[in-house]
Design a binder for this molecule. Structure first.
Ligand code: TYD
Length: 138
């Protein structure tokens, strides 16, 4: 799994909390063309359940904790995101699900392109077929 660590600025005043920042092509490897975030999601709910053909994304849990499961069609990997200074890279052709571990956890996503339904693969069997086709083409 590929993670990015973002700069954290904090002072010795605990009440001030901390500040994190992300610059495109510096802290994430692509120009950020879209930002979206999920709020109000209940514990145990699973979002995602799709792959993207070309989109690159970085997932950041701003508050709470979210488990991410990724499946390349060959191997599976999981992690728990609970650090707002850490981003998980989700590249193309990775079936992924996000499971809410705490009520109201906030997941922020930085995306390399605008929304396009054509970029989604929403059926798992279609996904596996596409993985196999792409492997044959190599
Ligand atoms: P989806 O990506 O399936 O959500 P999740 O992966 O979090 O379960 O998107 C849910 C709906 O929102 C779907 O109808 C497409 C729409 N949508 C947009 O219109 N623009 C966006 O940027 C995103 C991410 C989704």
């Amino acid at each position: 799994m590929r993670f990015f660590e973002f700069p954290v600025r904090r002072t010795d005043i605990p009440e001030e909390g901390q500040l994190q920042f992300i610059e495109e092509e510096r802290h994430v490897p692509f120009p950020i063309r879209r930002v979206y975030y999920s709020t109000g999601v209940r514990t145990g709910y699973v979002r995602g359940k799709h792959a993207h053909r070309a989109l690159e994304q970085v997932l950041i849990c701003l508050h709470g904790a979210v488990r991410v499961d990724m499946d390349s069609g060959v191997e599976r990997e999981s992690c728990i995101l609970d650090n707002p200074a850490l981003g998980l890279f989700v590249g193309p052709m990775l079936w992924h699900t996000m499971t809410w571990i705490h009520d109201g956890s906030v997941l922020l996503v930085l995306a390399s392109d605008l929304y396009s339904e054509f970029d989604y693969i929403r059926d798992y069997d279609d996904f596996l077929r596409l993985v196999a086709t792409r492997k044959d083409e190599r």
